[in-house]
Design a protein around this ligand. Structure first.
Ligand SMILES: O=c1ccn([C@H]2C[C@H](O)[C@@H](COP(=O)(O)OP(=O)(O)OP(=O)(O)O)O2)c(=O)[nH]1
Ligand SMILES: [Mg+2]
Length: 147
């Protein structure tokens, strides 16, 4: 795999994000908190990470939920996948929501999300009067059936 360098400033006491296994797609991100926070059912909040990044041009970071938190506690990311732009220099923050029917607590240093670094393309938009015809046409949203 190519070496992709991401510059990072860590203003938290947490360790730098890292891949946990040889082929892990995501690096876990930890909550940068002084005290624990509790989310009531359906409550959402912005959780700081203490991380500031500079991605190479042509790359984005995607913030995604952790499946364990989702299944065990109903904690997930409201805007998943969150998008970190290559030109963003602010703190990375995570929009957590409690989709369970009980209060859920996030402790300082908890791994609350995972981050995937991915390439993207920027497209040019070309305004036209007509689009080409296809077999699908405008069929969608279950048009091809279930099986
Ligand atoms: O979960 C997220 C999503 C975004 N961001 C930061 C990085 C991103 O580059 C910037 C803008 O995100 P987005 O484009 O999703 O938000 P917006 O509501 O469109 O704001 P803006 O008008 O600033 O683009 O906010 C985060 O820290 N966490
Ligand atoms: Mg935006």
């Amino acid at each position: 795999m190519a070496d992709i360098i991401v510059k990072i400033i860590n203003k938290s006491d947490n360790e730098l994000p890292a891949y946990a296994t040889a082929q892990a797609a995501g690096m876990d991100l930890r909550a940068h908190l002084e005290t624990a926070i509790t989310l009531q059912p359906l409550e959402r909040t912005l959780v700081p990470t203490g991380l500031f990044m500079e991605l190479p041009a042509g790359y984005e970071a995607q913030l995604r939920p952790r499946s364990g938190l989702a299944i065990k506690q109903g904690l997930t990311l409201l805007n998943t996948p969150g998008t970190i732009d290559a030109d963003y220099r602010g703190e990375i923050k995570i929009i957590m929501i409690n989709l369970s029917n009980e209060p859920q607590t996030i402790q300082p240093g908890d791994r609350i999300a995972q981050m995937i670094i991915a390439p993207f393309v920027q497209a040019k938009m070309e305004a036209v009067e007509m689009l080409t015809t296809t077999e699908r046409g405008s069929g969608g949203f279950g048009h091809t059936g279930k099986s």
